[in-house]
Design a protein around this ligand. Structure first.
Ligand code: AMP
Ligand code: ZN
Length: 488
């Protein structure tokens, strides 16, 4: 009987509070090696969830007025791996990634295109989900939309005003930054830096230059909601603070996003949530992915170098794009190049080719410890990718079918953690133009013929068959238990 089973039985018999407490914390044992870099402490820390039976993660999602670019995709893919690893280590993980469907950029897009706002937001929410699905990004557990949480935002704003942390001025409601003593804890910026960096217009009605908007007025042609402060709309930072509270709770385990969001967005989300919740931390771990540049340049419309997964998937499998996005550690910058993407594709071709030759069922077992450990060590995806190649090498050099089958199942399990091998090897190789033109039954028939020729010592005919298959790109390997074929 497992330790888990023992404890459950004990709980059934004794019902002692101390035993129940032990059961509550039991799942930690499985994941006690997980370390994550926490932007708040600036250190790698052991990740122990607040409630291991409900691990909570929130990631700031897209503002839906355009297709996601490859930098946005990096954030989605990185946190998808975090989600996959957490799901592997803990029984229940709730992952919320929001949709920002009210924002000035959306209003601007509607003015430019003449399309109604809800048409734009629905179109690009769908496109975002389709593009991310093409990169094997799992749907989050919840995908809250800002426009569906305006009531919650208005009640948080009212609460902050009552607590003296926010004030109304000329149709706006502003958060008063000096009300949050620890403001700046995530970005580690000085107050002067923050005021400069926020690049917010220092409006005359602000009590402090760092104060930021929780609610702003809408003109008649702008979307808006009636409120005690007049018709208006929420500020971006309030949206996330409220969606976190409503879907995950006051204090969550992990809050993620790209490093550009540390300031002002995450500082502002955190300040208002901490004030609204009597000092309770908003997130215990703050994780930030590094930026992606294209050919060493920041992506920008003016440079014309903005790459969209939506376009890239026309000529590259989404899984290869994903592989390239995970080829640098998530906290490091990633320089995106066409040759890097080609290398990612070739790496997957090689791994799929190995998988296609391995015997046994196409079924995942547990991931090998080396790959699990790499991922538990602050999501070291490049090390995990190298681990896949170690496995492939072991499999290719083994002549033991049982071992090969075991490695295949380990590779598939590691693939589930990383979001690779989501296709049957044959279909990957087929679409990669690597599948033999010749059908596998025909190959087996020729192998049988060659076997008979060899048994009859008709070596010339046997060699002819080998040459014919080689010309089709099929390599034969004679072993103690017969001949196996693989793609060359
Ligand atoms: P946005 O829609 O601009 O709010 O961005 C959505 C997510 O993508 C956020 O987590 C951003 O930090 C992230 N992001 C935006 N640009 C990049 C980039 N070039 N590299 C990495 N992450 C990015
Ligand atoms: Zn956010």
């Amino acid at each position: 009987m497992t330790r888990n089973g023992n404890l459950n039985n004990m709980a059934g018999v004794a019902k002692l509070p101390s035993v129940r407490k032990e059961i509550r914390f039991l799942p930690i044992r499985k994941a006690n090696l997980m370390k994550l870099f926490n932007s708040l402490s600036g250190k790698k820390e052991t990740f122990v969830p607040n409630d291991p039976s409900r691990v909570t993660m929130y990631v700031c999602g897209p503002t839906v007025y355009n297709y996601a670019h490859i930098g946005n995709a990096r954030a989605a893919v990185v946190f998808d791996v975090v989600f996959r690893v957490l799901r592997h280590e803990f029984d229940h993980v709730v992952y919320a990634r929001n949709i920002t469907d009210i924002d000035d950029k959306i209003i601007k897009a509607a003015l430019e295109t003449g399309d109604p706002i809800d048409q734009i937001t629905q179109r690009f929410t769908r496109a975002y989900n389709e593009d991310m699905a093409a990169l094997n990004v799992l749907p989050p557990s919840v995908e809250p939309k800002a426009t569906e949480h305006v009531d919650g935002m208005l009640s948080m704003i009212a609460d902050l005003i009552e607590k003296g942390a926010a004030y109304e001025a000329e149709g706006h409601v502003l958060f008063h930054v000096p009300a949050c003593e620890s403001y700046g804890a995530i970005s580690k910026r000085s107050r002067e830096d923050m005021i400069d960096g926020a690049r917010v217009e220092v409006a005359p009605y602000k009590r402090d230059p760092a104060d930021f908007v929780l609610w702003k007025p809408s003109t008649a042609d702008q979307p808006g909601w009636d409120s005690a402060y007049g018709r208006g709309r929420p500020g971006w930072h309030t949206e996330c603070a409220v969606m976190i509270k409503e879907h995950l709770g006051e204090t969550i385990d992990i809050h993620g996003g790209g490093q550009d969001l540390k300031f002002p967005h995450h500082e502002n989300e955190r300040a208002q949530a901490v004030c609204a919740h009597e000092g309770a931390p908003l997130a215990r771990f703050w994780m930030h992915n590094g930026f992606l540049d294209v050919d060493k340049e920041k992506m920008s419309k003016s440079l014309g170098n903005v790459l969209l997964p939506h376009d890239l998937v026309e000529s590259m499998p989404g899984e290869a794009i994903r592989y390239a996005l995970l080829s640098a550690h998530y906290r490091k910058p990633l320089n995106w190049t066409a040759s890097g993407l080609d290398r990612a594709k070739q790496a997957l071709d090689r791994l799929y080719r190995t998988l296609s030759t391995l015997p046994g069922p196409h079924k995942a077992s547990g991931p090998p410890e080396s790959i699990r450990k790499a991922l538990l060590d602050d999501i070291n995806t490049p090390k995990a990718q190298a681990g896949l190649f170690d496995l492939a090498r072991q499999a290719n050099s083994s002549d033991n079918d049982q071992e090969k089958a075991r490695i295949k199942q380990q590779m598939l399990a590691a693939g589930e953690l990383l979001g690779f091998f989501q296709q049957e090897p044959e279909s990957w190789l087929q679409s990669a133009g690597q599948a033999p033109d010749i059908d596998p039954d025909e190959i087996e028939r020729l192998l049988e013929l060659r076997q008979r020729a060899r048994a009859a010592r008709e070596f010339e005919q046997a060699d002819q068959i080998r040459d014919q298959l080689e010309a089709e790109g099929i390599i034969l390997e004679d072993g103690p238990d017969g001949t196996r074929w693989r793609l060359g």
